[in-house]
Design a protein around this ligand. Structure first.
Ligand code: SAM
Length: 261
């Protein structure tokens, strides 16, 4: 699967029903997400995650935050209440149109359409927080790996990373279907039985694989590598074990240059 297919699918999902495509809840299908209730879920999530960073002693400076795969801006708005500026990056134009419509930040969020495999619009060491949730699992693994490497490049020393992604399927019927059924069958069920406007793939990531990509990205950019400090289980429905990984870029580390790695 190519990034172009990801763009095509998320453009359809964003054009059809963006809030439901972000927070898939059968009860909210058919335009039943109330915008304020939707944004409130982002506020809760960000408050909890930033509280956890404090608890771990790795809270970042409240400068610039990156919301990768920002969708309709559910998390970007909550981040903008706590950071001086937020850049929300997404691959789907209609998602970003909805994000603009829901922007409550008074101009502190910059929404950027990015259809490329990297984050070249962001300089090295330019963000204090990298936040992504409910995104990496939908990407082809090699594309997600490339963005993880980019996160290590753009995070400054002292920055924190919050990375939400499922670690594995649970042994439920749906979990086992996703684990073992061929993708064309899952796609058919999503499109024809569940009537999704476009399929939603699911991939899982372990902390070890995430760490390996962060380290590779740091090494390639000659930057200190982010270290995962905690991986907490959080909401994710019944069929996947979702983890939120909390990482920090050390301020005192010698940048990786490939020789000392
Ligand atoms: C399930 S939504 C989550 C949105 C947001 N993170 C939230 O939790 O409210 C997934 C989002 O990731 C975006 N996305 C998918 N692939 C992407 C990519 N390669 N780069 C940026 N955004 C991407 C989709 O367009 C969609 O808006």
């Amino acid at each position: 699967m190519s990034l172009e297919e990801v763009r095509r699918d998320w453009t359809r999902l964003g054009a059809d029903e963006p809030l439901w495509a972000v927070c898939v809840d059968p009860d909210k299908r058919g335009g039943r997400w109330d915008a304020e209730e939707f944004l409130a879920t982002g506020e809760d999530e960000v408050a909890t995650a930033l509280g956890r960073l404090e608890e771990l002693g790795i809270a970042p400076a409240p400068g610039r935050a990156l919301d990768f795969g920002c969708g309709a801006g559910r998390l970007s708005n909550a981040l903008a209440r706590r950071f001086s500026s937020v850049v929300g990056v997404d691959i789907s134009e209609p998602m970003l149109e909805r994000a603009h419509a829901l922007d409550r930040s008074g101009g502190r969020i910059e929404f950027v359409l990015n259809t490329g495999p990297d984050l070249r619009m962001l300089p090295d060491a330019s963000v204090d927080l990298v936040y992504t949730d409910l995104v990496l699992q939908h990407l082809p693994p090699e594309a997600a790996a490339a963005y993880l490497r980019e996160f290590a490049r753009v995070a400054r020393p002292g920055a924190a990373l919050v990375l939400g992604v499922p670690e594995r399927e649970r042994p439920t019927f749906k979990g086992l279907v996703f684990r073992y059924a061929p993708w064309p069958l899952i796609r058919f069920a999503q499109r024809v039985v569940l009537r999704y406007p476009a399929p939603m793939r699911m991939h899982t990531w372990t902390a070890g694989r995430i760490t390996a990509e962060l380290e590779a990205g740091a090494r390639a950019a000659g930057r200190p590598a982010p270290r995962i400090t905690a991986s907490d289980e959080y909401w994710g429905g019944d069929h996947w074990r979702h983890l939120k990984h909390f990482a920090a870029v050390p301020t005192d580390a010698v940048p990786s240059n490939g020789e000392d790695a």
